[in-house]
Structures are given as C-alpha cells and as structure tokens.
Design a protein around this ligand. Sequence first.
Ligand code: MIG
Length: 800
Amino acid sequence: MILNTELEYKGNLSPTNIVSYKKNLDTLSFTSENNVVLQITVQRDSVLRIRYTTTGVFEKDFSYAITKYASRGYNFLEITEDKDNYIITTSKIICHVAKMDMRVAMYDAKDNMLICEDEIGFHWEESYEFGGNVVKMTKTAQEGESYYGLGDKPVDNNLKGKRFENWVTDSYAYKKDQDPLYKAIPFYIGLHHEKSYGIFFDNTFRADFDFCHERRNITSFWAQGGEMNYYFIYGPEMSDVVSIYTDLTGKPHELPALWTLGYHQCKWSYYPESQVTEIADKFRKLKIPCDALYLDIDYMEGFRCFTWSNEYFPDPKRMVKELADKGFKTIVIIDPGIKIDKDYSVYKEGLEKDYFCKRADGAYMKGKVWPGECYFPDFTNPEVREWWSDLFKELVEDIGVKGVWNDMNEPAVMDVPGKTFPNDVRHDYDGNRCSHRKAHNVYGMQMARATYQGLKKFSYPKRPFVITRAAYSGTQRYTSSWTGDNIATWEHLSIANIQAQRMCMSGFSFIGSDIGGFAEQPNGELYARWIQLGVFHPFCRTHSSGDHGDQEPWSFGPNVTDIVRKFIEIRYQLLPYLYTAFWRYANEGVPILKSLVLYDQKDPHNYYRNDEFIFGEKILACPITEPNAKGRRMYFPFGNWYDFWTNEVIEGGQELWVDADLDSMPIFVKEGAIIPKYPIQQYVGEKEIDELVLDVYYKSGEETSQVFEDAQDGYDYIKGRYSLRNFKLVGKEKSLIIQQYKSGKYITPYETIKIKFHGLPFKISKIQIDNEEKLFGDVKLNGDNTIVISKEFTELHIIT
Ligand code: MIG
C-alpha cells in the first residue's frame, strides 16, 4: 500500500541477467546484474531449496517449520551449462536456471518431462511502510494441472481456480469456502500428467496462493514480507511428496498413547464435578466406549489458567483420580491470555520476568479474552516456553491431568478489528526479533510447543497429549489438532471430511472435527452420520458449544445411541489397525487418511473427488452427508473391494450406489488385506488383549499388511520394544498362504491369533503351519471360517 503518493512507485521488480555463480558444497548461488542472489540448495535428490535476496546478502537462516531431523544428502549432483541455462542435475530432478532472467524450471531427471516452471518467476515490490519487500513467485500451470494441500481450507479437495490467504484466524461458525481459518500450512501439491510435486513456501508472513484464479494458466504465491524461500519437492508419486514434506517439517516426536486414539467426549462446559461424574458414569452404564473427558474454560477460577474453580471443582485431584479409576483421562483447556490481576501468580511471574508481549513503543500488548483484560506470553521466546512448560507441573504431576487443550492461540482477541494482535507487537522469534507480522502465524504453534514440552516433562514415563487449534507447518511434531468452531449442519459434515483429508495430505494427520458440530444443534440423524465419519478420523471427539442442549451419544434417543455405540465399538476394534497407520505416519510420514487422488494419481476420476477416502492402508470409507439417505453413490478406486458388512466384492474403477441406512455407512476393505482387531473395550487398557483377531480378505494374488504393537504408552518402543508383524498373503485358486515375518522385542500379551477368512473361494480341508500338517483339533477350525493358531507362526497354508 503506498501511503504517500509523492513517493516514487517502483512497481514490480525482477532479477536481470546472471553475471556470476558459485558453488559451495550442496549450494549454488547465482547473482544477477541488479544484485539479486538466487541460492539453490540440494537438500536431497528430490528436494531443492530455493531462496532469493534483493540486497546481496541473506538474513540469518531460521525456521520454526523445518525440523532438525529432516533427511539430508543426495546420490548424484552435477552442474553444467548450455547457452541459455545453468543446469543442476540430481538423480531425480533437472533444474534449469535461465541466464537471461534467473527463471527456474524443473524437469523429471528420468524422462525429462517439464514438471514446474517459472512464468515471471521471482519478483518483488519494495515495502515503504514496513521495509523489506513483498516477495512474489509466479509459475506457469501445466496442462490439466490440479492442486491440493494447504492445511485446513474448507473448500473442495482440488484447489484449482481458487485463491487463498494464510493468516491464522479465529473463525467461529465458519462457512464453506471461508478463508483464512485457524491454520497456516503453506504447502501445496501440483499434479499433472500423472506426476506430482510439492512446494513448501516457508515464509510466516501473511501469504497468498493463487491457483489459476487470477489468470487461467498461472499459479502464484506471495508474502507481505520476509524472504522468497521455498522448497521444491519432487515425487512423482504424490504419496512421496507428502512424506518428504512431512520429513522436512517433522513427524510426531512420539507415537500417541493408544488411549488418545479412543473416543473423547467434550463440551463447553462440563461443570460442576457432579456433572462430570454423571457423564462418566453414563458412558459406562450405557457401555459406550470412551477414553477422555474434557474440561473447558469454566473449570478455572475466573478463567485464570492453571487455577481451579473452588466452587465447581473443590478437589480436582480426587476427581481426576476417580475418573481415572473408571478409565477416563482428564484433559483441560489452557488459553494464552493471562488475566491482569496483581494477586494471580502466573500474571505476577510473567510480569516480573518480562515474559509478556509488548507493543512497538514498549507498552504491554493488552487484549480482552475470556478472563477480561489479559497480557500474553511471548511464546516465540525460548525462555518463555521453558517457563510455560514448568507451569504444568502441578496439573500433570500432582493432579493427574493427562492432556492439555490449547485454544484461542491464533492468538484470538475479542472486540478488536482483525480479532488478533496489532501488527506492531514485538516478538523474540528465538532471537530474531520481529513484529507480529512475522510472528502471527507461528504464535499458536509455539504455544502448543511450549505446552507439549511441559506435558512431555511431567507425563514422563508416559507420553504427552496436546491438542491445538492454531498451527503452522511443523506443528504436527508436538500436538494433535481439531478443525475449530464448525456448525451442526450437513454441509459442515462434508467440510469436516474434506478438512481432515486435506490436513492429512498437508503433513498433519492427528486431526478431527467437533463431531456433531460446535455451533447450533444437530438432530439425531446428523449426529449419527457424523459419528460414522468421526470414527475414521485420527482424532475422534464430540464437542459442542453447549448453549443449545446436550450432545452426548445418548442425547438423541435409544436408536441413535445404539448406532453411535456400534460405530465407536468399530473404532475400538480397529485400534491396532489405526495405531499401525499412526506408526507409519510417525515413521515414514505416510498420511493416515488418503484422498483418492493421493491413493491413485493415475486415475483422473480421482482428481475432483471429495467424499471417499482411504483410512490407513486398506479401508475405503465414504460418509453419508445428506439427510434421509438410504445410501449413496460413490466412486470405487481401482482394485477389488469387499463390502465391510456383507463381504460382497466390488470391482473398482466405477461409480456405484451403495445402500446405507442410518445404522450403516459405506465401508470397504481392499482385497488381500489383513486387518488386525482388538476386542471391544470400554477404554484402552480395560482388558488385557488375550487374542489378536486378523480379518483376512482373500485375494487371488499377493498383498502385504502390517501390524504394529507396543506397550501402548511410554517410550520402550523407541528402544526396540515393539512388535511388528509383516504379513504377506498369496492367494491361489485352491490355496491361501500367509507368511509372517516378525520384528521387535515387545512380547504381546496374547499367545494366539484368531484368523477370520473372508471371501475364501474354497472350503478348507487341510491346514499346514510352518510346513507341518495340523489336525483341525489343534487349530480349532471353527464353523465360521475362523481358526485359532499360535501367534508365532511363520507360514500358514490353507488348502482345499
Ligand atoms: O471463544 O473455550 O474453539 O472449542 O469450546 C470461544 C470455549 C472459546 C473456542 C473453541 C471451542 C471452545 C471455546 N473456545
């Protein structure tokens, strides 16, 4: 914005011709005649980092997003030049840098196909008001290109034709297509000619992305300050693009305790204690599994963080213990605003230590939130994070709270324009002092990080659990998240579906929505349909604003209660399956939910699908998102799929009608899959698992499956005490072989595995285990195509 019209207006500036270049190990620097430096760092064969400066020197390199654990190193690097270009070649990418104007183009190193090219490329506008530049990048969209990613945008899966902004924002009762929301994840994926790449624009300033919206064949992104600094990630498999991005910005630092994957119940607010107890008892009485209960802001004394309302919760330690005895973990909310109150210890300490954010001229950043006027810790200061983490000692160590919920950390401020801090607020930014323009998008992330540090410290030797509303790229290392204040409408049910998929393909898999809707009231049908979707989300919690009636599984009559119970029970049975998917996510960055395009990018039918998704590796699910439905049409990706309810086999590559009355939902299992199941428990750990069930879905051909287990909490798995079962299934016309290869030192509590065969095309007449023929008496061949065998088998051979 030009405020003084007498100033010279420079408009967009661009690099001119390259006059020199130098190479330093993995980094190349090109300098243009007008003093722009383009630095290209080869992070990996498939990852190039691209930075520009217009001053000849780079600012100190610092990022909250990039993890120190990111993989580095390449197999091949060659620099050549021709008449027009410098050419950087790795084993995956060929990168051209034009001598004339510094424009960059990326090619597939295997077949030379053009993947991504600059149109104008880098350009900038000087910022008179704030100094520095508005930094911009413009690329040509390739023919038929589709775009995905960007975190929590509540829009259809394919982003083509749309423009977005990244500016973390409290968005109560948001609408479809509203932008921006609570998260800033500046990572997108391009896909054309069946090849996929990703761009991670690691710039925390307010940033925009335009996918062929302003100009039909142009994709661009720009930010209001900072550096043009992005990572180009080449697949060509989209799943590789996502796991490489996740490797770069980090996988969860530890696996979640298994109970965190159970069902959670929340409301604004359950209080006083008697109401919490009543809710807990009702879950157990109605036999609806549940692992966690949440206390929203009213548990505190006047909304002061780290206090308890004496009136509503006179003895929190006793209550938390009593809940724990019934199998419930207590999770409490903690907001960033610290009440201005000279008698409040957290306020006094923050003030004494000078930990609160200040305005440009030194006044405190004062803002109204739930407690009234507040000051806000500067979580971008490592010392403040350390202090904050220590504040959790009593809550966790003494009172026994098992998880913390960070809300309002956009940061949200009431009754002010912009609903957040003004731009001039100062931040430490880990020693890179800056204004809120730069720190805004990471404020919530750093709060969640500080909370995580505290939970990790005081929960030890158990694993920490944190949930946050605001996030920037990389936040997935520390915490889970939910999609914020949605509404109890059918449209929002489908928004929740898309948002969860999008978050998963943006590296952030531990995600769920407020089941049933936060604002307004769902009817029983909507609530039941939402639970059906919710049990397939990595984070599964009912939450509501509570000012409109009840939203517990039993609030909608016995019919809905039974449906809700049935689906939550399915989730508990599938816990080892979900846990294995989580392990793959935490280890390899494989997203837990896979949109169809991510599952199979070769099938153009998938490019614009929103509803169907793959849960884990083998389960295809599709929610019903309309009232009065008896079923729906859905697209089946290629392959054969067993109907979860009937075992009917459906051939993929077509759209079909699927019946699904209110007590059902379209769920399918990939043929050849081996799906592990636990018995239904009312909470994780209620029962010792005395048998693992494996649902085996016959396939003519081969398929592999995995089951990961460990102590379900704690850190022993890191020292090798886990159990990983790798299965290979080979199905033939008259036989089925399952091979098991086991690794890890964890000894599972069960001795036997119960195998249930689905779709066997023959009648079992002979069973061999590890090459020894077994009598039916030994293996318990049951009438229902199930057998029980020792968990140690290495080869099971079923013959007709
Ligand atoms: O201004 O703590 O998104 O989950 O229940 C509202 C009260 C503050 C917003 C969160 C919601 C939570 C509510 N909070």
